[in-house]
Design a protein around this ligand. Sequence first.
Ligand SMILES: Nc1ncnc2c1ncn2[C@@H]1O[C@H](COP(=O)(O)OP(=O)(O)OP(=O)(O)O)[C@@H](O)[C@H]1O
Ligand SMILES: [Mg+2]
Ligand SMILES: [Zn+2]
Length: 682
Amino acid sequence: MTEELETIDPQERFQEFFKTEKYRQKISQLAVSGKTSLIVDFEELLIFDNRLAEELKEKPDEYLKHANNAAYAQLQTEDPEYAEKIADKEEIVTVRIVRLLDVAQLRKLGSDHIGKLVMIEGIVVRSTPVRPMVMRAAFKCKRCGEITPIDQTGQFLKAPFACSNPSCGAKGMFDFVQEESTFIDSQDLRIQERPEDLPPGQLPRTLHVKLVGGEIVDVARPGDHVSIVGVVRAVSPTLPRVGKFRTFILHVDANSIEVLGKEPEIAIPSPEEEEKILELSKDAWIHRKIMNSIAPSIYGYEHIKEALMYLLFGGVPKNLPDITIRGEMNALLIGDPGTAKSQLLQYVARIAPRGLYTSGRGTTAAGLTAAVIREKGGGMSLEAGALVLADKGIACIDEMDKMRPEDRVAIHEAMEQHTVSVAKGGIVATLNARTAILAAANPALGRYEPHRNVAENISLPVTILSRFDLIFVVRDVPNKEVDDKMSEHILEIHKKGSSPVEPPIPSELLRKYISYAKGIKPALTKEALQRLKDFYLAMRLASESESSPVAITARQLESLVRIAEARARAALRKEVLAEDAEAAIGIMKRSLEEVGIDVSSYKLDIDILMTGKPKSMRDKLQIILSTLMTMEKETGMVEKAALLSELETKYKVPIGDGERLLGQLLREGTIYEPREGYLKKT
Ligand SMILES: Nc1ncnc2c1ncn2[C@@H]1O[C@H](COP(=O)(O)OP(=O)(O)OP(=O)(O)O)[C@@H](O)[C@H]1O
Ligand SMILES: [Mg+2]
Ligand SMILES: [Zn+2]
């Protein structure tokens, strides 16, 4: 840098920058949009004058003022009329800097950054409604009526020390006059590190951001990924009557805010990686290879790993003019304790391009969906929960059965419409939650009861259960052969301290492979379509002829399409083939069987999910109850043996079935045993 440059007035230098063609144009367009913000690309300033740009970063308070003044001066030449107009409203041109070259790590912000201009990226987790903030407050003297204006800067409203009327000079007797004060819109945000920026195993950090100015408030909503340029401030909290703390709290006064693209950052593979990815995709056994690379340390569960593969790749969302159909899949694992459910969830959260692991209760006050919370300093703000934060990613929700009652209500919308709506405490908002869900839950009674169906085994409403594309039951049943192999597998891991099974695809490459595949939008071929249709119609027909209500609904048909698309994607294919449709039908059947097989007729019956009981079983339970009630009228208490033989002779219910169904009614509390061997309806 030359000596000469140093003596140049920064404001003049900024104005020279604003005289360049591009910025002259931008400035003359301000009037058209009726705005007062001038967006300046930092890189362009850097190219124009490296030194000036660096000074701006070092001393933003001083240099932003120079920039604003220069921009206003230039506006006076470009469009004197508009310049006058905004001056009348006591406004100036505000220069807003975007795209600093380097992103400051949220967790590394510290004392070195105080007073400096930085750029941070993160997710908005909380936002207050837009609130007016007074910039210049007018105070009316109670004695003489003189108005004294006071420019406001700090956190609290400042009144004049004494009346500005020289012949009065009264102290501390003022009324705030709203009509004569000037206000500006303000909003507070809390932003959090993005899951993709988080060092493994670390809790995300958050930072408070203050937005002032009508053109930057209300730009971002909770769940949005944003890039904010602003000045780092340190403020010490005050304790009333005690004083200020010596440790300061950091926040950022935003100069500009941009909502970033919603897509997770696609890790662009290097040319060598791309070659590897393309080569892998041509492998005839690619699906098996991927499945075997998913949590290789977990033994068994091949069908679940297959489902996880589909979940990771996902289907193609359909945005029709009138409706949108989600492409993301939802899967649920229900099962006994200690069956590696949590491990599988954590693995998926790690490998997914934007994965988030949380427990049903959520890790914040907002739980799984969103909440309106009361701030310490008064006022309300809207906080995003896990599903909103995992927008466009995979939310792995462990212990889903233990979610908060508010989430139980709100999660329906999130799972099907992919939005979360909030209307509370004056805040009305709809947030995006376009996420795939992988959930785990324990059976209500601690262990899965095979005699009961899914709805009875889990304390989740069927309306939530029916929104899962796939549900699997994980049971811990002693089995000599499996136990033998599994214990060997687990002990081997502990002995070696590493997985005995090397994944065929290393996890870093798999992650890139998945993110690469997301760019492909496979379409159904005629053959695939035909297979899905045949299956669907066959299932519908089966229920028609046997007068069971619905064996399968349109929901399952959409699930099948998603699964088939995901399978095509996993092979980087643009076409969904018949084999994809077949695999989708296979895994869907398996899931339906696990949760919904009608034990008495061996026919799939989705009715179990909807009502908690298969149709034929419901019919039988109905018969048992009515028989019991008829017999009760005659004898009071009903002898169990008599009831069973009556059921067998009159209704052909085998004694074994009868006993099992009676057991179920007893557990449910519909009937009870007043005396050993006798029954009565409750
Ligand atoms: N099939 C398996 N292969 C390897 N390890 C297993 C397997 N099943 C269970 N484990 C091991 O058992 C432990 C318990 O698993 P985990 O905590 O994931 O169980 P969980 O299903 O989440 O149980 P809970 O329902 O009680 O939360 C883990 O350390 C896991 O590695
Ligand atoms: Mg667990
Ligand atoms: Zn006065």
